[in-house]
Every structure is written in structure tokens, then in C-alpha cells.
Design a protein around this ligand. Structure first.
Ligand code: CTP
Length: 403
């Protein structure tokens, strides 16, 4: 059986706290899980665990000094910060957390943390008064607010200094689990079908009925889903395929064509997100260009298929169905009605007015409606919005599938 962290390169940062002895077990667990581990210690950590222990358990020379990395073809601390899969700092003292919060780089570990572009997990371990010191709590808040930085909370119990309280470093098994969840998210392999863009209903070979939807939100959701390890198909309705597209891209034009593709793919879909703006009416298409006569032109429009309504009965019960709504009046009331009638798990309600036109813009204000309640998100970048929608979709998926 493949080991969970096989092929992963991990930096294990060790600072000067008694819990360093527990990191010896953490190192063993990481190696057992298949990871290749480079230990970087602070000078103070050497007061607790010596070089020989790290070296014999990791099979690599542990590093303590910025200028210890000798390979002239690479800048050592940058490689350690950017060419690995993750950095775990265990135990993390108040000092290393404070240095990271302030961007201080005065030894190898703090320099690596300053240059890190990979996920970083801190496992604080210290005395209760130090942990609860407002400066430390503030620093934890600052660092955990940054992209890619995570913390595993210390436990409460007997501490090495003889007192009892919060500050005991998390157990090695829990640190390993948290790291694995960060590196291999539970959303791995979820099959997403996302639609975006605006349909075109042709009246003749040159003219069509459409709307102003750009497909930006749908594309951002597809990117997010793919970042989370999803198996993603995006149906771009009159949307250009982005460069270096990391997901399957299918281009469609009309409502009927889109309906066909969505229904065909829906049986193998875990999460469906219909962010596309679909025409509700379509004209009879003339095979040649309609010539202007002297009088007005009357178009006969027919109802198109409601893609969501006809797709949902084809999907697995455990799948997640998310729709979008564009409304000019009674936003919440009308969108909630669509949530119910289309049997959705969630609907993203967009208000369209003179003051607020979501089409084509990079910013949007929406109300997310779930059966459990509503959430208003104001003036959000569409990428940020996509993150929230993807998070919620995965959460509903986990609940429905009891993962
Ligand atoms: N939708 C669909 N098929 C259609 C029309 C809409 O699947 N023929 C989907 C949209 O992709 C969206 C949701 O239904 O996820 C709501 O779309 P919206 O245009 O807001 O509402 P409609 O259902 O078309 O109702 P109305 O136009 O009357 O508001």
C-alpha cells in the first residue's frame, strides 16, 4: 500500500522547548508515513535534543546555521523554504512565532520561514503564561491570518515547568494528521461540474440573444475546485479557455447544447455548480439572415429547457447541487423560491440594479442562501467569493457523505 506522505519533502523546524523530545516521535511518524524529512533546529533546540538523534532518525544532516548549506548551485535557505512540500515547526516557541509575525530572519529557521511559499504548520509548545500572553496570542492571530500558515492548538494539562494549563504541544499523531489534511485535502478526487458564461440563442446565422455574464465567477470556482485536488470539468458557455487550464474545459454555445452536456456528465458528478446565465427563451432560427423590411419584426420565442430542473433527478442523492440567481426585485424571496423549486442545496443570489451590475465586474455582492440560513458577502473579489463557495460546497458534500 502507498504510504500517505510518500514522495513528500518536509522541513521539520525544531525550536528550544522541552516538547522537542516529542518531535523525535513526530520525525519517526513522518518517516514512517513515507516523507523525506530535513530537520532545521535553532541553536537553543540543541539544549534539548542533539544532532545525532536527528541525523540518525532522518538520515540527513540536521541544519542549524544559515551558512551551513554548502551546495554552491543553490541558495540553501530559499530551496528549503520553497522547494519542499511543507514546513512543520514543532515545538514552536513564542519566540519563533513572534519572529515570523514580524518578519525577523536572524537564523536559518526564521530565514526559511520568512521565505516560505509552501504550507507552514506551527505546533506551539510553551508555558501557559507565555502562551496566553496577549503579545503571543496576537502574533498567532497575525501569522494564522496569512495565506498558507496553519496552527495546531496546544493541549491543556501538566507542563514541564510543574504547572498545569494550556501550552502543551499537540501530540505527534495529531500533528501528522493535520499536516496530511493540509497536504492531501479531503476534497481530493471530488468530481466537480461547473458551468459559467452566457448562452447564445441564434435568430439567424449572424444574430443572437444573450446576456452580459462573463463566466468569471464560474472560472474562479473551477480553479478553486482544482486547487483543492478536485477532478473538475468546466462548461464554458461562450467563454474562452484560459491559458494553462488545470481542468477539463468544454465549450458550448446554446442552452440546448449546454443542457445536453450537463445531463450527460451529471451522473458522474459529486458537486454541480450552475453559475451560467442561461436563456429562458429561444427564437426559431432562420437558416438565412433575416432581412429588414419596412415594418417592425416580431420574434416568436419558445421556452428553453430548465437545465437544473431536468438534471437534478439524474444525479446521485449524495451529490451537491448549487445554483445561482439573478434578480432585480425581492432578491431573497425569489432566490429562496428557486432553491426550493429546483431542489438545490445552496443558491448564490445576485442583485441586478442600476447601482449594482455583477456582469463582467471583478467585484460582487451576493447573498448565499442555504436551507440552514443566509450569508451576505459585500463587495467581494470574485476569486475570494469562489473560495467561499468552494468551501461551502465541500462542507455540504462531506455532510451528505458523512466524511
Ligand atoms: N438555469 C437553468 N436553466 C435555465 C435557466 C436557468 O439551469 N433554462 C439555472 C441557472 O444556471 C441558475 C438558476 O437556474 O443556476 C437560476 O437562474 P435564473 O436565471 O436566476 O432564474 P430562472 O430559473 O431562469 O428564473 P427567472 O428567469 O424566471 O428568474
Amino acid at each position: 500500500m502507498q504510504k500517505p506522505l510518500s514522495g513528500k519533502n518536509i522541513v521539520l523546524g525544531v525550536t528550544g522547548a522541552v516538547a522537542a523530545y516529542k518531535s523525535v516521535y513526530l520525525l519517526r511518524l513522518l518517516v514512517k508515513a513515507g516523507a523525506s524529512v530535513q530537520v532545521i533546529g535553532t541553536q537553543n533546540s540543541l539544549n534539548f535534543i542533539g544532532r545525532a538523534t536527528w541525523e540518525s532518525l532522518s538520515g540527513k544532516v540536521p541544519l542549524f546555521d544559515t551558512f551551513e548549506t554548502k551546495d554552491p548551485s543553490h541558495i540553501g535557505h530559499i530551496m528549503l523554504a520553497q522547494d519542499v512540500d511543507a514546513i512543520v515547526v514543532a515545538p514552536a516557541t513564542a519566540n519563533i512565532i513572534a519572529k515570523t509575525a514580524c518578519g525577523i530572519a536572524d537564523d536559518l529557521l526564521s530565514t526559511v520561514l520568512c521565505a516560505a511559499t509552501v504550507p507552514v504548520l506551527f505546533a506551539p509548545g510553551m508555558n501557559t503564561a507565555m502562551y496566553e500572553n496577549p503579545a503571543n496570542l496576537n502574533n498567532i492571530k497575525t501569522v494564522s491570518g496569512r495565506n498558507g500558515f496553519h496552527f495546531i492548538e496546544p493541549g491543556t494539562g501538566e507542563l514541564a515547568c510543574g504547572t498545569s494549563g494550556k501550552g502543551r504541544m499537540a501530540e505527534p499523531g495529531d500533528i501528522l494528521k493535520k499536516l496530511t489534511d493540509i497536504l492531501i485535502p479531503a476534497s481530493n478526487g471530488i468530481r466537480w461540474l461547473v458551468t459559467g458564461g452566457a448562452t447564445r440563442e441564434y435568430l439567424d446565422p449572424v444574430r443572437f440573444i444573450t446576456n452580459g455574464s462573463s463566466g468569471k465567477t464560474g472560472l474562479s470556482i473551477a480553479k478553486e475546485a482544482s486547487k483543492r485536488g478536485g477532478d473538475v470539468t468546466f462548461i464554458g458557455i461562450n467563454v474562452e479557455e484560459p491559458d494553462h487550464c488545470a481542468f477539463r474545459f468544454i465549450k458550448t454555445v446554446s442552452t440546448a447544447e449546454t443542457a445536453g452536456r450537463v445531463k450527460e456528465l451529471s451522473k458522474d458528478t459529486d458537486i454541480l455548480i450552475m453559475s451560467a446565465a442561461v436563456a429562458d427563451f429561444s427564437p426559431e432560427k432562420s437558416s438565412s439572415k433575416i432581412k429588414k423590411g419596412d415594418g417592425p419584426l416580431t420574434l416568436q420565442l419558445h421556452r428553453t429547457e430548465d437545465i437544473l430542473k431536468s438534471t437534478i433527478p439524474l444525479m446521485k442523492k449524495s451529490s451537491v447541487r448549487i445554483g445561482f440567481a439573478a434578480e432585480t426585485d425581492n432578491l431573497v424571496e425569489n432566490s429562496t423560491k428557486k432553491l426550493r423549486e429546483k431542489e438545490l442545496d445552496m443558491i448564490v443570489a445576485n442583485l441586478v440594479s442600476k447601482e449594482h451590475d455583477p456582469f463582467g465586474s471583478d467585484i460582487n455582492t451576493v447573498i448565499i442562501i442555504e436551507r440552514s440560513g443566509t450569508l451576505k458577502l459585500e463587495n467581494m473579489d470574485k476569486k475570494e467569493l469562489a473560495e467561499i463557495i468552494a468551501d461551502k460546497a465541500v462542507k455540504i458534500y462531506m455532510e451528505k457523505n458523512e466524511k
